[in-house]
Structures are given as C-alpha cells and as structure tokens.
Design a protein around this ligand. Structure first.
Ligand SMILES: C[S@@+](CC[C@H](N)C(=O)[O-])C[C@H]1O[C@@H](n2cnc3c(N)ncnc32)[C@H](O)[C@@H]1O
Length: 178
C-alpha cells in the first residue's frame, strides 16, 4: 500500500482533531473557498481528497438541486465521511485515486480540494484530472499549504513537526503548476 494511503488509513480516527487544533480556522477557509465556487445553481460538483467529508457536507448543503460526488483514497477516512453525511441524498462517496478519476470529462460545474493538494503524491496529475472533469467556465477551489516566505518559515517548521503526526502534509507550488 502506498505511504500516503497507509498514513490516512491509520490517522482516520483522530484526523478531525486537526480542526479542533486549528480552532475553526480550517472550516472558516473551507467555507470561504466554497463561496467562491458559485455553485448554488450547479448540477454536479466534485470534492477531491474529501477525507472525513467536512467540505462535502458544506457543498451538499450549498447546491440547491444539484448533486455532489466526493472521492478519497482512504477507506477509513470515507467511513467517517459517510457517517458525518448520513441522510444526505445528494451526496455520493467514491473510493479512488484522484490522479485517476473514474469519471467522465467535462461534467462538473465546480471542483473543490481542501487540504489535499499538499497531501497527494502527484499534485500535477490530480490537478490535471480536476481540469479534465471540469466543464468549460467551471471553477476549482483549493486550500493548501504553499511554500512559506519570511518568518512564516519558522511557523511552518513548527507546524510540520505536529503535522508529521496528524496530517501528512508537504508544501506545494500550485501557482506554477496552474
Ligand atoms: C489532509 S486530508 C484532507 C481532508 C479533507 N479534504 C479536509 O478538508 O479536511 C487529505 C486527504 O487526502 C486523501 N488523499 C491523499 N492522496 C489521495 C489521492 N491520490 N487520491 C484521493 N485522495 C487522496 C487522504 O486519504 C486524506 O483523506
């Protein structure tokens, strides 16, 4: 089993503690980024690296008559996501690698990826899949750790120590990939 997948299979029962440690900041940013997707009238929205399904829950509440598909590579993370979202009929979870989405191209009005691009093994492949499945004029919203500058490097080093336990994160330079 690849390392990232193995890490999240193990972390799943404690992963949501990370939201507690961030004192609501992560959820605040998930909502802010989802606001920018403008998906109120969307028919189909995708959440990649959905984890325990927090962003998927926001998305499923936001789309009025649309549907949400949420994918993750970890069975144990998805187990929690399904429990969190029990009864949400417009939301479906799929166990798969976001670098090889088993989904048709050009069908989603919006794609979100929260705290995921800095986690996946192949961010370029995941971004390229997100673009492939996105409709023309659709939007992608991402929340991730970028390369820190100035004093933020010290904070980053501290966070890395903590995150090596609870969040398998690495910095990514999405701007240059985009
Ligand atoms: C830091 S968690 C983020 C979870 C959630 N999106 C959130 O906002 O809290 C990263 C998630 O990415 C998933 N993941 C890592 N590599 C993946 C891949 N190649 N395809 C799909 N999911 C992946 C992990 O299993 C984990 O659930």
């Amino acid at each position: 089993m690849a390392t990232t997948k193995r890490v999240y299979e193990r972390l799943a029962p404690v992963y949501d503690l990370d939201d507690v440690m961030f004192a609501g900041a992560k959820q605040h940013w998930r909502k802010k980024i989802i606001d920018k997707l403008n998906i109120e009238n969307a028919k189909l929205v995708l959440d990649i690296t959905t984890g325990t399904g927090r962003a998927a829950k926001i998305l499923s509440k936001r789309v009025k008559d649309g549907r949400v598909i949420a994918v993750d590579i970890s069975k144990n993370m998805l187990k929690i996501a399904r429990m969190r979202n029990r009864g949400r009929d417009n939301l479906r979870f799929i166990l798969c690698d976001a670098a090889h989405l088993p989904l048709k191209g050009d069908v989603f009005d919006g794609v979100s990826c929260m705290c995921g691009m800095d986690t996946v093994d192949a961010p370029e492949a995941v971004l390229s899949e997100a673009v492939r499945v996105l409709k023309n004029k659709g939007r992608i919203g991402m929340l991730y750790f970028s390369e820190p500058k100035g004093w933020l490097r010290y904070l980053d080093a501290l966070l890395k120590k903590y995150h090596s336990v609870i969040w398998n994160t690495k910095n990514v330079d999405m701007a240059s990939m985009i």
